[in-house]
Design a protein around this ligand. Structure first.
Ligand code: NAP
Length: 419
């Protein structure tokens, strides 16, 4: 494959052996695409790149970074925000990491990130949510939080079918719903906005399957489907029903639908199995605060996943810390949860931890558990030493306020001394 404005570095391609099992063939010197992104992406991405490179080298490997462009930097080179080169290179090299992207006004997308996830069919957004020792948190026991959220990335509100109040289209939809579908007088008179919320069997099952596979592989106790099926029976309710179907039809005895014995066992599932249960979304937002340690892996349609994963992230210290990844069948793109925070762009100020820990998920995905552990331990040690960026510094007593690049230097030094 040849590319218009980017070069393929030395190194070997990562190959997908079994997309269903996320099984990869990873050379010791793989080519890994990286998109620095917009705004603070220019600060956090190079910092993460250095740290991840150091962890790879400390464990006897080398990452050959292939710089790709999306967002503002792509516009300068390609005159488009999402160039074909970028999409093609991720398809070819299969594992990538990206910084945040600003959604340009009037570019024809609701969000550039949504467009990227959809074009590559990265249908699962995964966020491991755990507390790093020393990070200030608004709750009394942040260590109780150790959840992994699986948020569906391609349907529900992400489909983006909405009709503008006052438009001819919305009036046609109103007429269709009230007259042809027989819901007379169900919508108040006057301007109305109408959105369509599709949740399919296909989209639900592949998401829940990913969550159960993850739980079994990582020895987690439970997978909780979070839905609002008490009100939206045929969308959110169907999500839970199809989720239980996948569990029953595809996993046999490895998965147990919730039973009272589970609580008696103290929330532990028998070795090699997971409990699958479900919770109504509003209850779940309470449960993650009040019964935090009882939850493990959460599988959610798009909108619930948005709310619940951010609320869970806040409990462990917020945006500067929270890592994530978008995963499809065979393709994997790690990215921090935060956005491009334009007001801090280029100031070498913000916290690179979220991007570094997103890289840690990427290293785990490559099967480089030793390098991933090294990254985590080195970050934890840096934060424990209270030499931190402004966001953490302003919440703790004492300590030293560091720039983005200085924090990355400390993490790299820790990696060297721990390796
Ligand atoms: P944001 O960029 O996440 O920033 C909101 C606030 O979060 C910042 O002002 C800062 O808070 C804190 N923050 C974010 N990243 C941080 C970091 N690395 N270290 C320390 N603090 C951090 O959200 P936004 O301002 O709503 O969005 C800006 C742009 O990003 C928008 O164009 C949006 O569409 C885009 N976005 C992109 C992604 C993505 O690429 N995946 C995700 C979300 C948003 P304080 O000022 O209080 O310190």
């Amino acid at each position: 494959m040849s590319y218009d404005h980017v070069e393929v570095p030395e190194g070997g391609p990562i190959e997908v052996i079994d997309p269903d099992a996320d099984e990869l063939d990873v050379p010791d010197e793989p080519i890994v695409p990286i998109i620095h992104g917009d705004g603070i992406g220019q600060d956090v991405a190079p910092a993460a790149q250095r740290v991840l490179g150091a962890a790879a080298e400390a464990t006897g490997r080398k990452i050959h970074w292939m710089r790709l462009y999306a967002g503002e930097s792509a516009r300068e080179r390609y005159d488009t925000n999402l160039p074909a080169d970028t999409l093609e290179a991720i398809r070819e090299f299969v594992v990538a990491i990206k910084g945040p992207l600003t959604t340009p006004v009037g570019a024809g997308y609701r969000s550039l990130n949504v467009a990227l996830r959809k074009r590559l069919d990265l249908y699962t957004n995964i966020r491991p949510t755990y507390h790093v020792e020393g990070v200030p948190s608004p709750v009394t026991d942040p260590d109780a939080m150790d959840m992994v959220t699986f948020r569906e990335n391609t349907e529900d509100v992400y489909v983006g079918i909405e009709f503008d109040p006052g438009s001819e289209e919305v009036e046609r939809v109103r007429e269709f719903v009230e007259e042809e579908m027989d819901y007379p007088d169900s919508i108040h008179d006057g301007p109305v906005g109408i959105g369509i919320k599709p949740i399919t069997e296909f989209g639900t099952k592949r998401l829940v399957r990913k969550a159960i596979d993850y739980a079994l592989e990582h020895d987690r106790d439970s997978v909780t489907m979070v839905h609002k099926g008490n009100i939206m029976k045929y969308t959110e309710g169907a999500f839970a029903d199809w989720g239980y179907e996948v569990a029953a039809e595809e996993y046999g005895e490895n998965v147990i639908a919730e039973d009272t014995l589970w609580e008696e066992r103290g929330g532990d599932s028998p070795a090699g199995s997971v409990v699958v249960n479900d919770r109504i979304a509003d209850n779940m937002l309470q449960q993650i605060l009040t019964r935090t340690s009882e939850y493990d892996v959460l599988a959610m349609p798009n909108l619930n996943g948005d709310y619940v994963s951010d609320a869970a992230g806040a409990q462990i210290g917020g945006l500067g810390i929270a890592p994530g990844a978008n995963v499809g069948d065979g393709l994997f793109v790690a990215e921090p949860v935060h956005g491009s925070a334009p007001k801090y762009a280029g100031q070498d100020k913000v916290n690179p931890t979220a991007m570094i820990l997103s890289g840690r998920i990427m290293l785990e995905h490559l099967g480089w558990g030793d390098a991933a552990d090294l990254v985590y331990d080195a970050v934890e040690e840096a934060i424990a030493s209270k030499r931190v960026t402004y966001d953490i510094h302003r919440q703790i007593e004492g300590g030293e306020k560091l720039a983005t690049s200085e924090f990355a230097d400390i993490v790299m030094k820790n990696i060297e001394s721990m390796a």
